[in-house]
Design a protein around this ligand. Structure first.
Ligand code: NAD
Length: 509
C-alpha cells in the first residue's frame, strides 16, 4: 500500500492547538475550554481546539462589524478579482485541504478531493457576482420617472457547520455571503475544525480584508452567542434536525434571517424494470461512500416487486470488495467514522436489527480493520420496516437498509410519509414513471437514475420537511437572495414643468 502523504497536523506535534481566526489573524482562545480532535483512522487525539466564550464570539462579531462598511463599499469588479484569486489559491491548495479533511474527518483522500472540488464550484459561481447582483431597470415607468431594483448586503452574518463536510459546507456559506458584500463569522464543527482556519489564511492571501472572514470554534456556547448577538443579522446552519430546528427558532426569535438545513433519511426506489447492476453500483457508492456520513447518502432502498431479491444479491456480492482502511492509503475506498461514540451508536443499529424484525445480510462489525481506528465495515439489512429504529432514525453510518413493497405507489407513499425530505432517487427505465415521481415526490432534491443528486452550483441545495427550516435553500440563486435585501428606487430628476403639489396616492401617468 502506498502512503500518499503525512497529514500536516501530525508533522508538528502530537497534539496541535487549533486557534480562532479573528480580524485577519490567528488568535489563541482564552476561555480555558477546548475539545479534542482525533485522527479517526488511528483513534488518536491529534488536536485540541479552543472553545470560544461569549466574549470571544463578540470580538469576532465586532471585527466583522468594523470591516463591513469598507467591504460593502468596495466595487464589484474588485470583489470579483478577489474571488477569482480565492478560487486560484483554493485550487492550488486543494490537496493540502483534502489531507486535512482526511486526517480529521477520516474520509478517503479521493473523496476529500471531491469535497473540495464541489465546494470550489460554489466559489466559481460567486466569481460572477457582478452579474448575479444585477437588478432591473424600467425607464419612463411614469412620465419622467424611472424605477430600478438593487440588492444590498445584510451586514454581519454567521455560519454554523457540521462535521461531515468541513470544507465544502463552509464554502456554500462564506463564498456567497462575502461575494454579496457581507462580513462573515464561521463556527465550524469542533470535530474537524482545521480546514476552516487553513482556508482563512488563503482568503487573507487572496486579498480579503481583515475582519471580513472570521472563524470561532466551539460548542453550544459559541453557537448561542452568535444566535443572540444583536449585531449578527442572519444565520446559515447545516447540521442535524434537532439542532437545525433549535437554531432556526432561536435565530428568528432574535429577529434574524435564518436558513437551517437539517438531517435526512434518503430513499432510493428501485423498480422491477431497473438495470439492477447499475442500481446496485449506485446503492453501494451512495450508501457507503464517506462511511455513510453524508446528508445525501442513500440509507433506505425501497425495492419494488422482484427487484428486491436481485438487488440484495447484487449488493451482497459487492460489499466484500469495498476496501475499508485509513483514508491516506491509496487503495482505501471507505474510511472510519468520526468518533468512537458514533461508531458504537451505528454498530448498535446492526446489533438491534433482528429484534426489530429485520435480517442482517452483511454484518459490518465483522470486517473492520484492526487497530485503534473508528472503523466499521459496510452492513446490509433486509426487510427493514417503518416504525423501527433502523428505518426511522438517520443512522449516518455505513448501514444500508432494504424495505420491500409490491408497487410503485407504495414506494412513493413511504418517501412522502417520511418526516425528512432531503434527497431521493428512482431507478427505472420507464421515463413516464420517472416523470410522475418527480411530479409527486415530497423532497427537495430528486435523482432519476442518479443516487446523490446534489445540485450543481448554479442551482440551489435544500430539502423539504424536517430537512430544512427557513424559506431559502443554500448557495446558487437562492443563496444570493438569502445574503441580500432588495431595494426598489423610484427616481425623478428635477423638471419644474411637471412639479406640483398632489396629496393623492401616487399614480402612474
Ligand atoms: P450537529 O447538529 O451535531 O452539529 C452541527 C453544528 O451545530 C456544529 O457546529 C455543532 O458544534 C453545533 N451544535 C451541536 N450541538 C449543538 C447544540 N446543542 N446547540 C447549539 N449548537 C450545537 O451535526 P453534525 O453531527 O456535525 O453533522 C451531521 C448532521 O448534519 C447529520 O444530521 C446530517 O444529515 C446533517 N447534514 C445536513 C446537510 C444538509 O445539507 N441538509 C449537510 C450536511 C450534514
Amino acid at each position: 500500500m502506498t502512503e500518499l502523504a503525512t497529514p500536516p497536523t501530525e508533522q508538528q506535534a502530537d497534539v496541535k492547538r487549533i486557534n480562532h481566526w479573528i480580524g485577519g489573524r490567528s488568535v489563541a482562545g482564552d476561555s480555558g475550554r477546548s475539545g479534542p480532535v482525533y485522527n479517526p483512522a488511528r483513534g488518536k487525539q491529534t488536536g485540541a481546539v479552543d472553545f470560544a466564550s461569549t466574549e470571544e464570539v463578540d470580538r469576532a462579531v465586532q471585527a466583522a462589524k468594523a470591516a463591513f462598511p469598507a467591504w460593502r463599499a468596495m466595487s464589484l469588479s474588485r470583489k470579483s478579482s478577489i474571488l477569482f484569486r480565492i478560487r486560484e489559491l483554493v485550487f492550488q491548495h486543494k490537496d493540502d485541504i483534502a489531507r486535512i479533511l482526511t486526517s480529521e474527518h477520516g474520509k478517503v483522500f479521493s473523496d476529500a478531493q471531491g469535497e473540495v472540488a464541489r465546494g470550489l464550484e460554489v466559489v466559481e459561481f460567486c466569481c460572477g457576482i457582478p452579474e448575479l447582483l444585477k437588478g432591473g431597470y424600467t425607464e419612463q415607468a411614469s412620465t419622467g420617472i424611472d424605477v430600478y431594483s438593487i440588492r444590498q448586503p445584510l451586514g454581519v452574518v454567521g455560519g454554523i457547520t457540521p462535521f461531515n463536510f468541513p470544507a465544502m459546507v463552509p464554502m456554500w456559506m462564506w463564498a456567497p455571503a462575502i461575494a454579496c458584500g457581507n462580513t462573515f463569522v464561521l463556527k465550524p464543527s469542533e470535530k474537524d475544525p482545521s480546514a476552516s482556519v487553513f482556508t482563512a489564511d488563503l482568503l487573507k492571501e487572496a486579498g480579503v480584508p481583515d475582519g471580513v472572514f472570521n472563524v470561532v470554534h466551539g460548542d453550544k456556547v459559541a453557537v448561542d452567542a452568535l444566535l443572540q448577538h444583536p449585531d449578527v443579522v442572519a444565520i446559515s446552519f447545516v447540521g442535524s434536525t434537532p439542532i437545525a430546528r433549535y437554531v432556526y427558532e432561536t435565530a428568528t426569535n432574535n429577529g434574524k434571517r435564518c436558513q437551517a438545513l437539517g438531517g435526512a433519511k434518503n430513499h432510493m426506489i428501485v423498480l422491477p424494470d431497473a438495470d439492477i447492476d447499475m442500481a446496485a453500483d449506485a446503492a453501494v457508492s451512495a450508501g457507503y461512500g464517506s462511511a455513510g456520513e453524508r446528508c445525501m447518502a442513500v440509507s433506505m432502498i425501497v425495492a419494488v416487486g422482484h427487484a428486491a431479491d436481485e438487488l440484495v444479491d447484487a449488493i451482497k456480492e459487492r460489499l466484500p470488495k469495498v476496501k475499508v482502511g485509513d483514508g491516506m492509503q491509496a487503495d482505501s475506498e471507505m474510511g472510519p467514522l468520526i468518533t468512537r461514540e458514533h461508531r458504537e451508536k451505528v454498530a448498535a443499529y446492526v446489533e438491534n436489527a433482528p429484534s426489530e424484525g429485520a435480517s442482517v445480510v452483511v454484518d459490518g462489525r465483522d470486517g473492520a480493520p484492526d487497530g485503534g481506528g473508528f472503523f466499521l465495515a459496510p452492513s446490509l439489512l433486509d426487510n427493514v420496516k417503518p416504525g423501527t429504529k433502523a428505518y426511522d432514525d438517520e443512522i449516518f453510518g455505513p448501514v444500508l437498509g432494504i424495505t420491500r413493497v409490491d408497487t410503485y405507489e407504495e414506494a412513493v407513499r413511504l418517501v412522502n410519509e417520511n418526516p425528512y425530505g432531503n434527497g431521493t432517487a428512482i431507478f427505472t427505465r420507464d421515463g413516464g414513471v420517472a416523470r410522475q415521481f418527480q411530479f409527486e415526490v415530497q423532497a427537495g432534491m430528486v435523482g432519476v437514475n442518479v443516487p446523490i443528486p446534489v445540485p450543481v452550483a448554479y442551482y440551489s441545495f435544500g430539502g423539504w420537511k424536517n430537512s430544512l427550516f427557513g424559506d431559502l435553500h443554500i448557495y446558487g440563486p437562492e443563496g444570493i437572495d438569502f445574503y441580500t435585501r432588495g431595494k426598489v428606487v423610484t427616481s425623478r430628476w428635477p423638471d419644474p414643468a411637471t412639479s406640483k403639489v398632489d396629496l393623492g396616492f401616487p399614480q402612474t401617468r
